[in-house]
Design a protein around this ligand. Structure first.
Ligand SMILES: Nc1ncnc2c1ncn2[C@@H]1O[C@H](COP(=O)(O)OP(=O)(O)OP(=O)(O)O)[C@@H](O)[C@H]1O
Length: 360
């Protein structure tokens, strides 16, 4: 395994006739980290992954693995493990599916039992896939990605449909791949689905980049805050600055990095500023995500509490809004303490039917 290969998307656009699926998209996925590729249905995630994997031609821009497009990789299955869907011929067994792919790719068939064990399917390897649950098919899709022991993993919605035990298992699975120095890109339309699994996020909406950074930085931005507004925003800005409160200016007023509206109201009172709005911003990661992908710019409307109170004040001196505070980049979440892919428990949702004989 050659670790340390980043995924590099640069100025990528893809149009299907008059439909713009992806527009001028640029981001990098770093090795040694699990990156969530997030966006609502129709945002352009699958199209981006399909271009990356050479299944669709870009209208413009590039998508490469450390500078090399997929079609130019010398041994693609040993560089990239990709799972775009979990559909398999229902009449064939997992072992047979994997053997055929290994043979075609020049990968030793001795890898087949190894990857079956890694994903917890050894016991069910000779059953027809038609009898598999969704969770088992997801595991089989992962087994394919492991066949060539690749440095990069590209997984489209791998957590979709898994039960809590399966989600816990895949979280460890992904984290340990990254801990080995591999590059792991995981798409999802729900932040909450991958929140426990990812170090970094790339959020797109309507084919464009909405946000990229560490999950921790997104969490910091989602901390509870206060919205304050005044008929004279310039004066309010001065009052907030004099009180040492950090803020950014949004559509509905200033978003102040202080969870207690009482303290913000007091700052306005001390500064002699009349307030027309003072609300606590009940924030959360998922709400911030939704605000981002819905193009709200910032999540004000989503969080105003019903018990918001306005505090009157008097007027004060003029001033201009201070620079928004920038959050320091926090450290990423700590890796797990083993370099092995976790032992997989048997799928909890495995059907009870007796094993079928391998047919092909
Ligand atoms: N082959 C195609 N022909 C025409 N339009 C397409 C094609 N593939 C995707 N699109 C359109 O491109 C846009 C992005 O679709 P895409 O499947 O990439 O989004 P997505 O983020 O993966 O969504 P989902 O989570 O629903 O799969 C959508 O408007 C979709 O209808």
């Amino acid at each position: 395994m050659n670790s340390g290969i980043p995924i590099e998307i640069t100025g990528l656009s893809k149009h299907f006739g008059s439909v713009t699926a992806v527009e001028d998209l640029s981001f990098t996925v770093q090795p040694g980290r699990v990156t969530g590729f997030l966006g609502p249905n129709g945002a352009g995630k699958t199209t981006t992954l399909r271009v990356l994997l050479g299944l669709v031609k870009a209208s413009s821009g590039t998508a490469t693995f450390g500078g090399t497009p997929y079609h130019a990789l010398k041994r693609p299955l040993e560089t990239v493990g990709a799972a775009l869907d979990a559909s398999f011929h229902p009449g064939r067994t997992a072992r047979n599916h994997l053997k055929v792919t290994a043979t075609a790719a020049g990968i030793p068939s001795s890898r087949v039992p190894v990857v079956l064990e890694q994903v917890g399917l050894s016991e069910f390897a000779d059953r027809r896939v038609g009898g598999y649950s969704l969770g088992m098919r997801q595991r089989l899709a992962l087994a394919f990605t492991l066949l060539g022991d690749p440095a990069v993993f590209v997984l489209d919605e791998p957590i979709n449909g898994l039960d809590p035990e399966g989600i816990k298992w895949i979280r460890l699975f992904l984290q340990r791949l990254a801990q080995d120095g591999r590059t792991v890109l995981v798409s999802s339309h729900l932040l909450s689905e991958v929140q426990q699994s990812v170090d970094d996020v790339v959020i797109i909406t309507r084919g464009r980049l909405a946000k990229t950074g560490t999950l921790s930085s997104l969490e910091l931005e989602s901390a509870p805050r206060t919205i304050a507004d005044s008929p004279d925003r310039a004066k309010l800005a001065v009052a907030l600055s004099q009180a040492g409160l950090e803020y950014t200016e949004g559509r509905n007023g200033f978003i102040v990095a202080e969870p207690d509206p009482g303290l913000v109201g007091h700052a306005a009172f001390v500064g002699g500023v009349e307030l027309k709005a003072l609300h606590r911003l009940k924030s959360g990661l998922e709400e911030s995500f939704l605000a981002l992908v819905n193009g709200e710019g910032e999540p004000i409307e989503l969080h105003e509490t019903a018990d918001a109170a306005a505090e009157p004040g008097a007027t004060a001196g003029a001033g201009s809004p201070a620079e928004p505070a920038s959050a320091a980049e926090p450290e990423s979440s700590a890796p797990v303490d083993s370099t092995d892919i976790p032992d997989a428990p048997p799928p909890p949702d495995a059907p009870d039917a007796p094993a079928d004989e391998a047919k092909g």
